[in-house]
Design a protein around this ligand. Structure first.
Ligand SMILES: [Zn+2]
Length: 57
C-alpha cells in the first residue's frame, strides 16, 4: 500500500485519519502541512470521536 519510492518532484502524501485514504499535498496547506490530518473539510468535521476527549456519555 505504501509507495515504494518517493521520486523527486512527487508531492508528499498523508493518510486521512477519518477516511483512511491517502491524499496529496496541496498548495493551500503549504503553511500547515505538518498539522494537516484530513483530506478535506468534510473529513475534518466527520473526524472519528473515538479516543478524543469524551465529555458526558
Ligand atoms: Zn478523508
Amino acid at each position: 500500500m505504501l509507495p515504494a519510492k518517493l521520486r523527486k518532484g512527487q508531492l508528499p502524501t498523508k493518510i486521512c485519519v477519518t477516511c483512511g485514504r491517502p491524499f496529496e499535498y496541496r498548495k493551500k496547506w503549504r503553511a500547515t502541512w505538518d498539522d494537516v490530518k484530513y483530506c478535506g473539510e468534510k473529513c475534518q468535521r466527520n473526524r472519528p470521536a473515538a479516543s478524543a476527549t469524551a465529555p458526558t456519555n
